[in-house]
Design a binder for this molecule. Structure first.
Ligand code: ZN
Length: 439
């Protein structure tokens, strides 16, 4: 159980779209890990026995939520053997064998802790090798060690030869097989389900391939129904208008990456009776595209085809974000961590890119990563903001991140459900950071 404490005289950065800043506040956290009181320091009296942490001059923001994470790798360029079609089958088999299971679980544990130490207190995985993320999430929930809140997806669900298959996907080729895979996932305890509605960049076989529709609406409908019956939201990888349309019609709760929208797609996002909450949201992932475009192919290992697809997908994604912004569609934040050049410690970069490429204000980008993501994932009763009754998920900083997201690179403290990590630190990759800084 966490020790009760109060952050006194701290400046709260609320995480709302207006960028509200509340100086001189005290936040009281109880032994249940929840926020007991928040208010002006003069009116907020911490209970007897509560440790007082003088936070004068410091800023506190809600714990970040990463709505699109993979955890199987650390963000350094992925080895070719993992991506090549000729070796994919062996990689998938070994990855799910006893040695692979141990290896990926160990990596998952290290990577979720890196995210936590960089301020991410909630992670949704969207495509794992097997059930290693679900197992790590369970261990954290049982209190075996301190970690973030993790919604594990298991492997993504795809068609034969589809995006992510077979390395990080279970395949099916009929609506009932698709349902069976979804039922298996539910039985194994997933808290999220991810489907490949279209092809992707990393496994593109030709220029223009990445947005090609893969799973049919009927197949996706079966999965969505099974997931929703279990109260689980469905994330759909979709990189074309046609793919998004089919996924939304089937009831997908979030569209990952995204593309330009037409009026029907916009209406479906805003009013989607087949989704779990009645509307669907967009989770763009800008950072993952940029290294493929900006860095030499000898560095990224990207083929001409992959590079051309990345260019196409980035353009589509930016148009999708613009359409979402104009029409009031909820936009969240996800990093696509574990893919080449996306580490587990740089969620701030994606927020920064939402501003530079997506036309967000910094306050709106922080809002996407906190309150909006909480709502999108159905967690807004428990996290996403610093309010009485919510879990104490917070990040204490030396500066207001709205004035520059780099403030998030060195948190003074990360608080996860009331547990304090003092002076958190992560292992960084200097060369990779330097290259990303040049973008
Ligand atoms: Zn992804």
């Amino acid at each position: 159980m966490p020790e009760p404490f109060a952050l006194s005289d701290v400046t709260i950065v609320a995480g709302d779209p207006a960028g509200t800043v509340l100086p001189g506040r005290t936040v009281v956290v109880g032994a249940n890990g929840k926020i007991l009181q928040v208010g002006p320091s003069a009116d907020t009296v911490a209970p007897v026995g509560c440790k007082i942490l003088d936070s004068t001059g410091r800023f506190v923001v809600p714990g970040l939520i990463n709505a699109h994470a993979h955890l199987f790798s650390n963000g350094l360029p992925l080895p070719k053997i993992l991506l090549k079609e000729s070796t994919a089958g062996i990689v998938a088999k070994l990855g799910r064998g006893p040695l692979g299971r141990r290896l990926f679980k160990k990596r998952t544990k290290a990577n979720v802790l890196t995210q936590l130490h960089s301020g991410v207190t909630t992670i949704r995985s969207v495509g794992d090798v097997a059930y290693e993320v679900v197992e790590v999430a369970d261990e954290i929930e049982r209190g075996e060690y301190l970690g973030p809140r993790v919604l594990g997806s298991g492997p993504l669900l795809a068609i034969t030869g589809g995006h992510g298959a077979p390395q990080i996907a279970l395949t099916s080729d009929s609506p009932w097989e698709a349902r069976r895979n979804a039922r298996t996932h539910v039985q194994r305890g997933v808290k999220a389900i991810k489907i490949s509605a279209t092809a992707g960049v990393t496994d593109a076989r030709a220029i223009g391939y990445a947005g090609r529709p893969e799973m049919t609406e009927e197949e996706m409908s079966g999965i969505c129904e099974e997931a929703h019956n279990a109260g689980i939201r469905v994330a759909a990888h979709a990189q074309s208008t046609a793919g998004i349309r089919a996924a939304l019609r089937a009831g997908a709760d979030t569209i990952e990456h995204g593309a330009a929208m037409d009026p029907e797609v916009i209406d479906l996002f805003l009013d989607n009776p087949r989704s779990l909450s009645g509307s669907s949201a967009l989770i763009p992932t800008i950072l993952v595209c940029l290294p493929l475009l900006k860095f030499d192919q000898s560095i990224t290992g990207a083929s001409d085809v992959v590079r051309a697809n990345a260019a196409m997908i980035l353009e589509e994604m930016v148009r999708g974000i613009e359409d979402a912004r104009r029409h009031g569609i909820a936009v969240g934040m996800g990093t696509d961590s574990a893919l080449t050049y996306v580490t587990h410690y740089d969620a701030w970069r994606e927020m920064d890119l939402l501003v530079r490429y997506g036309g967000f204000t910094p306050a709106q980008a922080l809002n996407a990563a906190t309150r909006t993501n909480a709502r999108i994932l159905g967690l807004d009763d428990i996290t996403g903001s610093i309010e009485t009754g919510k879990d104490a998920d917070m990040v204490v900083l030396d500066a207001n991140p709205i004035d520059g997201f780099r403030a998030l690179t060195n948190p003074r403290m990360v608080i996860a459900r009331g547990h304090i990590i003092d002076e958190p630190s992560v292992t960084r990759y200097a060369e990779l950071d330097e290259r990303l800084d040049s973008i």
